[in-house]
Structure formats: structure tokens, C-alpha cells
Design a binder for this molecule. Structure first.
Ligand code: SF4
Ligand code: SF4
Length: 504
């Protein structure tokens, strides 16, 4: 029956193993994207991507323009940061970022001047088809683009042509399988042409001829909108199709999506490029279009604001650096007592301690859930009854109950043997567990512990190497001094007298 259904939709492969069908609660799927007003203060963290943090290029008192580079990338895995509007730098100091620990990072505080004047130093590139792909890649880098699906990996790194791993297929990830989130959905409905244009730029950059726009079947209007864009566009020489997939979580996870689309698994420790594919998020693809065709660095993003405690839910176009408290207030929520607030979706997002945190490039959504609502999902933990539901749900084929035991008992080597590091933290196992065991929390804990052990081992190894090289240096210096003394003694030794010579 399922096989027949897939055949009808033109699938060549079966769906990925495991997965679940959570209550999607896409309450904002029909809410058009609204522009969030500029706040009175923007707080721009120096790290909004995976990789090294940036260093500020401005000082207190400087005037900045929208899109002006205000922090430079440090190292290869990093992208610069830009001013989200025009105004004045009033402070540079540490401020909390979206992270469950409440940790802080150096941030630039900008007081908007209300003019929103743009820096126009980057010229639009309309004839990108005739442009060197290296120059286009550099444009994506200097515009600070990082994956807007939540991972925030610097995008330019993925946009390469490698003779050893030629890219045949570009997959646009329009799955958005996290409950509540509808930001990519609305972008596809409202900005399909820009997204398709961005996809063509990506295909040109990586040299791919096949493009697949993957969308789950719970987004009929997005499917229609993207299909119209494809039908109307001039895409000669490229094979671009919209592919409709049955709704299933975590299908939006890169490796699961690739498996569904091309029928091949990305081996553990390898990248999609090793099977001839790259995946791009919908928002990121639109940002690539704006960077190349309009010359706009990344200064804003679309995010969903939802949850039962938000009176006026919706999808908002928000400047990076806007305080989450300001956004909630725009949507009618000011009192957070007893609420759970989440950055991202309920499955893979982070629980926040307070809303005085700025929006960053990875901010897909902001949720506020009442205790009653949250309790349904997070009831009291009970003992494992060995039902095996978690293993059935795991898309990677792990045994989450055993893995959790090892993480809980800090048996990290055993957890590694049970493939802890292959876990994508999708939360599908926690979702189906009848004993309400927060399995994914144990995995995050286990990974954190393992990282700590690794750091300590690296530190111990570095100390050992330092101590060894110190001992070697001291010994070398001793040997050199001894050799010198010997030489001096040999030079200044008295010449034996004739009498003395005679004694010999
Ligand atoms: S969180 Fe990890 S163990 Fe649980 S289902 Fe997802 S991949 Fe499997
Ligand atoms: S689903 Fe929960 S109760 Fe069932 S085996 Fe897994 S951890 Fe145990």
C-alpha cells in the first residue's frame, strides 16, 4: 500500500526508517509574514554561527549603516556580522545568547537612529550566470550567510565544486517537520520566485544539473506556490522538480531527507557531498538570492512566534539582535511567570531561562507554553518498561533506552559503543516513550560529558608535551654548557713543562 503511494508520487526510494508523526500544531501556517517593528536597542552577538567567534571592527560612539560589517570573521569556519540597522554603537560587552546555560558572548549594542539607512558598498550581481563561482562564493561569505534552519553552519563552505565529489543534486529542504514552526512554509508561499532564483544560483555554484524542492504534504499552498514558480521560470538546461513527501518527523534532518530523495545513506562520518548532494534550507536560499542579486548582507530573518501562551501568534520578519522580550510584547505576551519559553521548535529547540536574549541567525522560532500545556509533553519520569518503542522511532536505528542508561551512569565508552555520536538529537524517542523518560536530555548530557573528558584529555596531553619539551630543552642546555666548559678547559689548560714531560 505504502509502496504504491510512493510510486504514484514518483518516488524511487522508500521512506527512512523510524520516525514519528507528532501533533504538528502549525497554528500559524496561514499567517502571512509581518514586519516586526525596529526595537529601541539591538544587541548583536559576535557569534551567531557554528565556528569561531568574530572580532568587533567598531568602537563605542561609532555611527553604523544597515548592512555595514561591524565584526570580522576569525578563522575559516566563521562569517562576518553586520549592523541590522543604521544607528550608533553605545556599548560593547558580554550579553546572554540563546543557549540553555544562559551563557554570554561579547556583543555590540546599537541604538537605532530610525532612518534604517543602508550601506551600499556591495553591488548587486544580476549576471551571476557569467560570474566566476569563486567570486560568488566570496559574496555569500562576506554577506555573513549561515544556515537559517537552525544549524547556522557557514554556508559558503558547502558551496564548492570538488572534482573528487562532484555534486549532482541540490535538495531544497522545504520539509519543516518541527511542530509549531511555519517560517519556511510562509517563505515558500510568499517568496517562491526568490527561492527558486536562489536555488539556481546554488546549482550554478556547485555545478549541479538536478534540483529537488522537497516539501511535506501538509503544506499544500507551499507546494502549489513553488510548482508555479518552477513552471513560470526559465530554467533551461536544469532539471528542477517539486517533490511531495508524506509528513513524518524528523524527515527534515539532512541525512534522512537525502536517504528519502536519492535512496542512498550518507555514511557515518561523511558529508552529503560524498554522495553527490547538497541540501539547503529555504530561508538560507532566499538569503543567498538577496546577497547575490541585491547585494544585501544578512541582517534579518523570518521566525515563527507561537505556543498556547502567545495571544497573537504569527510569522515575523525580525532584525537580528532584536530582544525576544520585545518580540513577545509585540504579540501580546508580557508576563512570563510559570511559562516555558523555547528558542526553536519543541523537539530540537532550547529551553531559555528568560526572554532578555537577542534573535540570532539560527532563530527559527520563539515559543511560549503554559505549564498545563508543557506538562502534557513533560510528565514525571517513570522507570523504563522495555517496550522498545524508542528503538522503533529512532531514525538512526539506535537503542535509546540502553544508550540512556550508559549516559546516566556516565559510562561514556559504552555509550560511544552504542553510537551516541550518531544520535541527531531529534527527540523522536523521548516523544514516544510511555514512561516519559527525557531520553534526548541524557544524550545531550552524555555528549557534553564526553566533550569535557576530551577537553581534559587534550589539556593533559598538551601539559605532558609541554613538560617533555621543557625537560628536553633543559637537558639540551645542560649538554651545551658542559660541552662549552670542556672546550674552555681544553683551550686554557697549561702546556706541560719539559720536566713534567720528562716525568711521564
Ligand atoms: S534523539 Fe537520538 S536516539 Fe532518540 S530517536 Fe533521535 S536519533 Fe534516535
Ligand atoms: S520507550 Fe521508554 S519505556 Fe519503552 S523501552 Fe524506550 S525508554 Fe524504555
Amino acid at each position: 500500500m505504502i509502496k504504491h503511494f510512493f510510486k504514484k508520487l514518483g518516488f524511487s526510494s522508500a521512506p527512512f526508517a523510524g520516525g514519528i508523526q507528532p501533533d504538528m500544531q502549525k497554528w500559524t501556517e496561514s499567517s502571512a509574514i509581518e514586519i516586526c517593528p525596529l526595537p529601541p536597542l539591538l544587541i548583536v552577538p559576535m557569534k551567531q554561527h557554528i565556528g569561531q567567534a568574530c572580532s568587533p571592527l567598531v568602537k563605542v560612539g561609532d555611527a553604523v549603516l544597515r548592512g555595514q560589517k561591524i565584526a570580522k570573521a576569525e578563522g575559516y569556519v566563521s562569517v562576518p556580522v553586520h549592523a541590522p540597522t543604521s544607528g550608533k554603537v553605545i556599548k560593547i560587552e558580554e550579553h546572554a545568547i540563546p543557549h540553555p546555560s544562559g551563557m554570554g558572548l561579547p556583543s555590540i549594542f546599537i541604538e537605532p537612529d530610525g532612518l534604517d539607512e543602508r550601506d551600499t558598498s556591495l553591488q548587486p550581481i544580476t549576471d551571476w550566470q557569467n560570474m566566476d563561482v569563486g567570486a560568488l562564493r566570496e559574496r555569500v561569505r562576506v554577506c555573513g550567510i549561515a544556515g537559517l534552519g537552525g544549524a547556522a553552519f557557514p554556508t559558503f563552505i558547502k558551496l564548492v565544486q570538488d572534482q573528487r565529489n562532484p555534486i549532482k543534486t541540490v535538495i531544497l529542504n522545504g520539509i519543516e517537520c518541527e511542530p509549531f514552526l511555519t517560517n519556511d512554509h510562509r517563505l515558500m508561499v510568499e517568496h517562491s520566485q526568490k527561492i527558486l532564483h536562489g536555488m539556481q544560483i546554488i546549482m550554478h555554484m556547485v555545478g549541479a544539473k538536478q534540483g529537488i524542492i522537497a516539501i511535506e504534504d501538509n503544506k499544500a499552498d507551499a507546494i502549489q506556490s513553488m510548482q508555479h514558480a518552477v513552471d513560470d521560470a526559465n530554467i533551461e538546461g536544469l532539471d528542477i522538480q517539486v517533490r511531495v513527501l508524506p509528513t513524518r518527523y524528523p524527515q527534515g534532518s539532512e541525512k534522512q531527507l537525502i536517504e528519502v530523495i536519492i535512496g542512498k545513506q550518507v555514511p557515518a562520518g561523511k558529508l552529503p557531498m560524498h554522495v553527490g548532494v547538497i541540501c539547503q534550507n529555504i530561508g538560507t536560499t532566499q538569503a543567498i538570492y538577496e546577497a547575490v542579486v541585491l547585494g544585501y548582507p544578512l541582517t534579518e530573518r523570518v521566525m515563527t512566534v507561537s505556543g498556547d501562551a502567545v495571544p497573537n501568534k504569527g510569522n515575523l520578519l525580525v532584525r537580528l539582535g532584536t530582544s525576544m522580550r520585545f518580540i513577545y510584547a509585540q504579540r501580546g505576551l508580557e508576563n512570563f511567570e510559570g511559562l516555558q519559553i523555547l528558542h526553536g521548535g519543541p523537539m530540537m529547540g532550547e529551553r531559555l531561562r528568560h526572554p532578555d536574549i537577542p534573535v540570532i541567525k539560527s532563530s527559527t522560532g520563539l515559543l511560549a507554553l503554559s505549564q498545563d500545556f508543557f506538562k502534557q509533553a513533560h510528565a514525571v519520569e517513570e522507570p523504563c518498561i522495555r517496550c522498545g518503542h524508542c528503538s522503533e522511532a529512532c531514525p538512526i536505528g539506535l537503542t535509546p533506552n540502553l544508550l540512556a542508561d550508559h549516559c546516566r551512569n556516565e559510562q561514556l565508552e559504552k555509550a560511544a559503543d552504542y553510537h551516541l555520536f550518531d544520535c541527531i538529537e531529534c527527540g523522536a524517542c523521548s516523544y514516544v516513550c510511555p514512561s516519559h523518560i527525557p531520553l534526548v536530555h541524557y544524550f545531550r548530557f552524555g555528549k557534553g560529558q564526553a566533550a569535557q573528558v576530551r577537553r581534559e584529555q587534550n589539556f593533559a596531553e598538551a601539559s605532558r608535551q609541554r613538560s617533555e619539551s621543557r625537560d628536553t630543552r633543559i637537558q639540551r642546555e645542560k649538554d651545551e654548557k658542559a660541552a662549552k666548559r670542556k672546550k674552555v678547559r681544553a683551550t686554557h689548560a697549561p702546556t706541560p713543562t719539559e720536566a713534567e714531560q720528562g716525568k711521564e
